[in-house]
Ligand binder design. Structure first.
Ligand code: N2P
Length: 374
């Protein structure tokens, strides 16, 4: 159930710009782990803190998550500038917002994080009359449990989290999560520096829900992550993991599907799989934080992304799932037929969406800190 992509995409270049590693086991990379993983892409902005420039949109997004044409198209259409900063996990995004004064206009949290952010009152209610293109979204991506009326969010892209590997190094058929614990690949395995994703992988490998709050199951998942840790090169952001597999430093990386596919576009021998035991299916969403300096432009941007043509270009570039029904006819055939982008029902049913676990979130965080500092 792999497959490669036909359309090559422009390479993402230097992984330093989005380095998201927390605890890195490999010595040569440990210095890089200290690099900040947000980085202004354009000069002239402060990535936050400034306010009110009607001609500037501050966009805080996951790395590698816009088409080449997306931002320039918006700048041209509205005669404005877009300042982009990047994050590599939902928790990093939340921490940044909770620290206050970030000055962002549009952010892109995943499902469970929209729920956490709504409860923490960090999101602005959308003025839906300013987003007529909301009608373009597939009904399957509207009214989801984390925001039943789309009062705070509009779907951006969706995808899965799985394993990218190099079959020239990894022997035999790879079907499940066990390979990420295989001693033969010691020092060549990278896991995501992402609490819910990495605990999720460990829980799914053990046959449990990735939303488990059962202490015994979580103890077991934590023990397994502690056993795995000496085998790891480190915990990375997803695009970095992909780049390290392309560069040959890693044999296996835990990645978001689109980052796997963009690595495959650079080396078509690489393979992305959705593990047999199941994995994460996530939905990312555009939202406007409270205190955004330019909410008017933020609404224009959200509406622009939901345009059919803009949406098609976005998904044709990112190789993520397209939630825009009006855009779907313009999605590349190769992508539409790729079962790792649009999984068949028997795979889809093994996927789980990360849920907001309320207080138990802290338990996950404490445990992940323990794993990383073990
Ligand atoms: C894009 C990251 C996708 C977001 N590089 C995962 N939720």
């Amino acid at each position: 159930m792999k497959e490669t992509r036909i359309t090559p995409r422009i390479t993402r270049g230097n992984f330093l710009r989005v380095m998201g590693a927390g605890a890195v086991a490999g010595s040569t990379l440990s210095v890089l782990a200290c690099q900040p993983n947000t980085n202004a892409q354009q000069s002239g902005g402060n990535g936050g803190g400034g306010g009110g420039d009607a001609k500037k949109l501050n966009f805080y997004n996951w790395s590698d998550y816009v088409a080449e044409s997306t931002v320039p198209g918006f700048e041209k259409k509205f005669d404005v500038k877009v300042q982009q900063d990047f994050y590599s996990s939902n928790e990093e995004l939340l921490a940044k917002l909770q620290a206050g004064g970030t000055g962002y206009d549009v952010i892109v949290p995943s499902d469970y994080m929209v729920s956490i952010m709504r409860k923490s009152d960090v999101l602005m209610k959308l003025e839906k009359d300013k987003i007529p293109n909301m009608k373009n979204l597939d009904p399957d991506f509207k009214g989801l449990s984390y925001d039943p009326n789309n009062d705070y969010s509009a779907t951006y892209q969706w995808g899965t989290t799985g394993i990218l590997y190099n079959p020239e190094i990894v022997k035999g058929e790879v079907t499940g999560w066990d390979v990420m614990w295989d001693e033969r690949y010691e020092g060549k395995i990278g896991m995501l520096n992402d609490v819910r994703e990495t605990f999720g992988a460990s829980l799914k490998r053990l046959g449990y829900s990735l939303n488990s709050t059962d202490e015994a199951e979580l103890d077991e998942a934590q023990d397994e992550l502690e056993k795995q840790k000496p085998l790891l090169r480190g915990y990375f952001g997803s695009p970095e993991g992909g780049d390290l597999v392309v560069g040959g430093d890693l044999a296996l990386a835990h990645v978001f599907s689109g980052d796997g596919f963009s690595a495959i576009a650079e080396n078509d021998k690489l393979v992305y799989i959705i593990p047999d035991q199941g994995a994460t299916r996530w939905t990312d969403n555009m939202a406007i934080p409270n205190g955004a300096p330019n909410p008017d432009l933020a609404h224009k941007f959200i509406n622009y992304i939901l345009d059919a043509e803009v949406g098609a270009e976005l998904s044709n570039y990112t190789y993520y799932g397209c939630p825009n029904e009006a855009a779907f006819p313009m999605i590349d055939e190769a992508a539409k037929n790729d079962e790792t982008i649009y999984p068949p029902p028997e795979v889809f049913e093994k996927l789980e969406v990360i849920e907001d676990l309320g207080e138990a979130t802290k338990d996950y965080e404490r445990r992940f800190t323990e794993v990383k500092s073990a």
